[in-house]
Ligand binder design. Structure first.
Ligand SMILES: Cc1ncc(COP(=O)(O)O)c(C=O)c1O
Length: 390
């Protein structure tokens, strides 16, 4: 008998996640409560998702209202809610057209397909340590061997260059290049921001070669870095932007936004989705984006984030095991001299939830709504834990 089957009890999840010893009970604002009644300050936002905090009343109300109106008809119908979401996304970005999906990986999948179809070229360039998702296209675009391991062969035509290296990019982009895809701040790969020079060079090189620039803003978008989309910091205008995570403040939804000249390549029958753009998701998107914009959370993330990063530097850089602190807006990475996992568990014991980004980096993605006093409480807890002798 197969030993592995023998070890499995009926009704287990596939162990794709190394789960923590916490059972979720409920969440509200910036706090998660577990089954035993313990509360945690959420400094990870469900991995960059609840930018407005858990259960934001405006988003909850919008989804609840839509729930009673109807939640599925299919994409053969016009949905007013979809048109409103398109308007919000295109008014606040350099794009003109939107394709809705259900996740970040699906949005990237659409972007890769669109780039190949529009250019008629096959080469897709991405960067070492990038993360773009787990489907075959987005996995192939991900520049991390550990993500590819065991799933080969990868899709053909993907190349990985060192991040922030203009020379290598100039050499690699040619008449076969369909697109360059990048995260403006590499999230999963360790919180590495792209330099302004690098972003401007990518824009110029892709334009000159007739290839497309795709900004994966799935983690960095929607106020996280203090702009609606993070590429705005450098003034570049990508051909395609992908977004998900915070787009529905926790409701599963993704989107690909593209410039008008890409319209022909995605004509009827070229791409599709059953659930993408459903009215429930659209209600969540509209409420989330309107709240982000109306209540000034993006500007708040810019100013609070800058102070937060300064405070992290000031309080943590003197500690022996802190090597570097990087970030942009409300996205921060604390690189340690040793593994982050143990420290993350110690932080949980103190009532604060953070996540890793690679083996040695503690990643902080608090909701943009987190009050300054709570942020400072978090800094103090980090200081206590990182200061502890081994
Ligand atoms: C930059 C980036 N792209 C794509 C993805 C994949 O998104 P999803 O998990 O919604 O498929 C992620 C998820 O962490 C991400 O951070």
């Amino acid at each position: 008998m197969d030993q592995s089957i023998d070890n499995v009890q009926d009704g287990e999840l596939f162990p794709t996640y190394k789960r923590w010893d916490i059972t979720f009970e409920k969440a509200s604002g910036e706090t998660i409560t577990d089954k035993s009644g313990n509360t945690y300050m959420d400094f990870m936002s469900g991995i960059g998702v609840v930018n407005l905090g858990h259960g934001h009343p405006t988003v909850v109300q919008a989804v609840e209202n839509q729930l009673h109106k109807g939640w599925h008809a299919s994409n053969f119908f016009h949905y007013e809610e979809q048109q409103q979401a398109v308007q919000l996304l295109t008014t606040h970005s350099c794009g003109d057209l939107v394709f809705f999906a259900n996740s970040g990986a699906e949005a990237n999948e659409a972007a890769i397909k669109l780039a190949r179809k529009h250019t008629g070229r096959r080469k897709i360039i991405s960067f070492v340590q990038s993360f773009h998702g787990r489907t075959f296209g987005s996995m192939a675009a991900t520049g991390q061997e550990s993500i590819h391991k065991g799933f080969g062969p990868m899709l053909e035509g993907f190349e990985y260059l060192p991040y922030n290296d203009v020379n290598e990019l100039e050499k690699a982009v040619d008449e076969n290049t369909a697109a360059v895809i990048l995260e403006v701040v590499q999230g999963e790969g360790g919180v590495h921001p792209a330099t302004d020079d690098f972003l401007k060079a990518i824009e110029k090189i892709t334009q000159n070669s007739g290839s497309l620039l795709i900004c994966d803003e799935i983690q960095t978008g929607l106020g996280r870095t203090g702009k609606f989309f993070a590429h705005e910091h450098s003034g570049i205008k990508p051909d395609i932007i992908t977004t998900a995570k915070a787009l529905g403040n926790g409701f599963p939804v993704g989107a690909m936004i593209g410039k008008s000249h890409l319209k022909e390549a995605f004509g009827p029958g070229s791409h599709g989705t059953t659930f993408g753009g459903n009215p429930l998701a659209m209600a969540a998107v509209n409420a989330t984006l309107q709240t982000l914009l109306k209540e000034g959370w993006i500007e708040a993330a810019a100013s609070k984030g800058e102070q937060f990063l300064k405070e992290l530097h000031h309080q943590l850089m003197p500690l022996k095991n802190v090597k570097e602190i990087r970030g942009l807006g409300m996205m921060a990475g604390i690189e340690l001299t040793d593994p982050a996992a143990e420290k993350i568990m110690a932080l949980q014991d103190k009532g604060i939830l953070v996540i890793a980004a690679g083996p040695n980096v503690i990643r902080l993605l608090p909701p943009l709504t987190t009050e300054w006093d709570t942020l400072m409480k978090g800094v103090q807890l980090l200081k206590e834990v990182l200061n502890e002798p081994k």
